[in-house]
Every structure is written in structure tokens, then in C-alpha cells.
Ligand binder design. Structure first.
Ligand SMILES: Nc1ncnc2c1ncn2[C@@H]1O[C@H](COP(=O)(O)OP(=O)(O)O)[C@@H](O)[C@H]1O
Ligand SMILES: [Mg+2]
Length: 288
């Protein structure tokens, strides 16, 4: 494992049964590393396995093959998520902050009670101190005026902010986001991007973000990875993806680059739509 890597994914395989009960590989040999302190954006078409990968990274799903190794700052050596017991997994997961749609706010709790929850559950911190931490966390996301509101009284953007305050309650080392700007208008979405970058810079967290909003992806990413059919099609620095996006299509080398060019531009014509995609994609796969 690279000394700069906080997560190392090697040949990760995850299958789900299809309607006939036959296993289908949703992750089909995924390998890449996530560097300490970076913001890595994961992209790819709908259904290509992005959320599945995130769920494997946070230990929600166990992979069927390969390994996912963690090396957080509290570890003397990397730990394979597949090889740890539930107690150890729980301990590792406390180093994560998670902002998924599925992990939404509890509707029966106020905003500040939602943020306090991880502190109550996972620490023995004094209630008065919890209150101070909650105040700080809400301040960071500009939600202090809304601390006593119920989630149903909040706008979509405010719910995201509150969710972010809760995700950061335990001062995580790694933050995972699944489509954080889904359903938000462009202005609100840009404000959430600002917050994510803020956490990344000020708190030096590593951020792993799934998004298909290209504007957002290019704003926040240090590096980007494109998944296709459960495999890594391309991984690289944001600048490399910018060059591909802005390239004259005539200068692009092969089908993989044509496909990426179309995806990054959100264009309606190109290899994604012109030809029989499926068989072509198989050829394009570059194993990480
Ligand atoms: N818990 C599950 N059980 C069965 N199939 C699943 C499950 N989770 C995801 N899948 C399937 O895996 C594929 C990839 O899904 P997902 O990772 O959600 O894609 P993405 O987030 O890239 O849109 C889809 O075909 C989906 O139906
Ligand atoms: Mg998804």
C-alpha cells in the first residue's frame, strides 16, 4: 500500500443475484488508491456501481473478493476491511463521516438532536460539552439559527447542511458523499460544494464524492475516477480530465477517450449513444 494512501482497493468484486438468482458482478475487479487529504470524485453512468462501491468502502456491504485496506492515522499498519471483526469494523467506521441519501436526518429529532446523536452513541462526552460541539458544528454549516427546527421545516439545502454537520460530529478523517447535490438547484448545489471544499481545506479530511454533476465534479476534485460496468475506465488528476473534456474530438486517441469526452461534456451524441455501447465498453476497460 502506497504510504500516501488512506484507502487501497485491490481487485474488489461484488455480486448481487439477478431476478433468476444468478450472481451478477456489479463491481468486477476494481483497483485504485485514495490519497490522504485529497478530494476524489467518482463518476460513471447510472447503475455502473458507484453507490455499491461506496457501500463497500464504508463496510456496509462485504466484498466477495479482493481487498479494501484502510490506513487511518490511528492505525500502526493497514487493516483489511474484509478481515476485521464487527468490533474493529465499528471502530474504523467511527473515523468516517457519511452523507448518503439513505442516511438522512431522523424526522422525530430536532436539527441539534440529530447532530448530537453520534456523540451520544459513540462517546462518553458530557452533555454540556456535546452541546458546545453541536453549536460549533452547526456554525460551520451556517445552520445555527435553525438548531431547534424539525427536519420537515427545512429546505433541501438546509437538510444537506444539517446532514453535513452530523456527518462531521465525530471529526472524521474521511468523508463519503453519495450525490450530495441531487435534487438541489445550481446555486444551493454550489453552496454545498463550497462547504465540502471548506471541510477538505480547514479540517484536512479526505473526501470521496460520487456525483454525476460535472460542474460540481470539476469544482471540487483533486483527482477523478470514471467507472464503467463495474470497472475503472480511467483515473487521474482533475487537470487530465479537464484536458480530455476540452479536447477537440478529432484529436482523441481511442474509444475510451471519446466516451470520456462525451460523458464529461454531457453531450447527447458520441460513443455513449452512437453505437452498440455494451460490446464496445468491454474493450475499453483499463484495469486499474
Ligand atoms: N442491495 C442490492 N441488491 C441487489 N442489487 C443491487 C443492490 N444494490 C445495487 N444493486 C444493483 O447493482 C447495480 C449498480 O447499482 P448502484 O451501485 O446503485 O449504481 P449507481 O450508484 O452507479 O447508479 C444496479 O444494477 C443495481 O440494481
Ligand atoms: Mg447511486
Amino acid at each position: 500500500m502506497d504510504s500516501n494512501a488512506v484507502i487501497s482497493i485491490r481487485d474488489a468484486v461484488k455480486s448481487f443475484p439477478d431476478r433468476d438468482g444468478e450472481p451478477v458482478r456489479v463491481l468486477d475487479g476494481v483497483s485504485f488508491e485514495i490519497h490522504r487529504g485529497e478530494t476524489l470524485v467518482i463518476m460513471g453512468g447510472s447503475g455502473c456501481g458507484k453507490s455499491t462501491l461506496l457501500n463497500c468502502l464504508i463496510g456496509e456491504y462485504r466484498i466477495d473478493g479482493g481487498s479494501i485496506a484502510y490506513h487511518t492515522s490511528d492505525m500502526d499498519r493497514p487493516r483489511d476491511l474484509a478481515a476485521v471483526d464487527e468490533v474493529e469494523l465499528d471502530r474504523i467506521r467511527q473515523r468516517f463521516g457519511i452523507l448518503f441519501q439513505s442516511g438522512a436526518l431522523f424526522n422525530s429529532l430536532t436539527v441539534s438532536e440529530n447532530v448530537a446523536l453520534p456523540l451520544r452513541e459513540h462517546t462518553s462526552v458530557d452533555p454540556a460539552v456535546i452541546d458546545i460541539i453541536v453549536t460549533l458544528k452547526l456554525q460551520q454549516v451556517k445552520m445555527l439559527p435553525h438548531r431547534d427546527k424539525m427536519p420537515s421545516q427545512l429546505s433541501g439545502g438546509q437538510k444537506k447542511r444539517a446532514g453535513l454537520a452530523r456527518a462531521t460530529a465525530l471529526d472524521p478523517e474521511i468523508l463519503f458523499y453519495d450525490e450530495p447535490s441531487a435534487g438541489l438547484d445550481p446555486v444551493t448545489s454550489a453552496a454545498i460544494d463550497e462547504l465540502m471544499m471548506d471541510f477538505s481545506k480547514k479540517l484536512h479530511v479526505t473526501s470521496v464524492v460520487v456525483t454525476h454533476e460535472m460542474d460540481s465534479a470539476f469544482r471540487i476534485a483533486d483527482r477523478m475516477v470514471m467507472l464503467e460496468k463495474g470497472r475503472v475506465l480511467r483515473i487521474g488528476k482533475r487537470e487530465e480530465f479537464e484536458q480530455l473534456r476540452d479536447a477537440d474530438p478529432g484529436t482523441l486517441l481511442g474509444d475510451a477517450e471519446q466516451l470520456l469526452h462525451q460523458f464529461l461534456n454531457g453531450a447527447s451524441t458520441g460513443p455513449l449513444t452512437d453505437r452498440d455501447g455494451l460490446s464496445m465498453f468491454e474493450k475499453l476497460i483499463i484495469q486499474g
